[in-house]
Design a protein around this ligand. Structure first.
Ligand code: UDP
Length: 243
């Protein structure tokens, strides 16, 4: 873990304690100085998955920054009496970096999501981010990493965004991050949202910390994600008692 931010450890996962704006500045600085960087944006589902899967937990420890993506992480930090200032979501970080890349002609590689989503992004990204240099794009349904990784190595993008869902995207990044001197970040279902295939909760729901509720109603298969929350909070309370 990078030491430029202090961290709050929730069930063995160290979250950076900073604002989204400060974090963004740090990422931009690292991109400009060609520092290899692995970012994980984690929610309670990921923390619980790591809790049950030591290999994945180990893999998370190799990240440079783990950000609190999800109100459940903020709740957990509060229970531990070490509050975190705000959520730093994968989607917001992705769009902020794309805007910055567009303004400064930086390059990005996009790997993940369904072929139709990638096809939409091929048209949409140049409209939305005209200055962005698209180093390459590949859908997330490949059997063998080799061709995609060779393409990333060849194009040397400033940023690689992997939208393969967890734990796949973190495994992919941990294995291949050293093929470039840039930023690698797992962004879950963000390409679907960017392409307009999935609608994000309106601002009111986000501001009232109810994005999870909105998205679950729209997409009931997400129910299994919030189902882990009670157990997660129970374990965090136990952690708080032990301290
Ligand atoms: N995905 C992929 N390859 C796979 C499995 C999933 O590219 O083998 C993509 C999927 O199309 C979706 C994303 O990974 O775009 C996962 O989205 P999900 O909503 O599950 O992730 P979240 O944002 O909740 O982490």
């Amino acid at each position: 873990m990078q030491r430029s931010f202090s961290t709050v450890t929730v069930l063995g996962v160290p979250f950076i304690k900073t604002s989204a704006a400060q974090f963004l500045k740090t990422l931009q600085q690292r991109i400009l100085t060609h520092q290899n960087t692995f970012v994980v944006t984690a929610n309670p589902e990921i923390v619980m998955y790591a809790h049950h899967n030591p290999d994945y937990h180990q893999l998370l420890q190799s990240a440079d920054f783990i950000t609190p993506d999800g109100i459940g992480i903020l709740d957990g930090a509060k229970i531990l009496n070490q509050p975190l200032p705000e959520r730093i979501t994968g989607f917001d970080t992705l769009t902020a970096l794309l805007q910055w890349a567009s303004d400064h002609h930086r390059s990005a590689y996009f790997v993940g999501a369904k072929p139709a989503v990638i096809a939409t992004l091929k048209e949409k990204l140049p409209e939305d981010y005209p200055g962005l240099v698209i180093a390459g794009m590949h859908d997330g349904y490949f059997k063998d990493d080799a061709a995609v990784v060779a393409d990333i190595a060849r194009t040397q993008p400033d940023m690689v965004f992997a939208a393969l869902g967890f734990p796949k995207q973190e495994a992919f990044i941990a294995q291949h991050r050293h093929t470039t001197q840039g930023l690698w970040m797992g962004v879950g279902g963000s390409f679907d949202v960017l392409a307009g295939a999935v609608i994000r909760a309106p601002k009111w729901w986000q501001d009232h910390h109810l994005e999870w509720f909105y998205r679950t109603v729209k997409e009931p298969k997400r129910l299994k994600r919030i189902a882990v929350i009670p157990h997660y909070l129970h374990l965090v309370r136990q952690q708080a008692k032990r301290r």
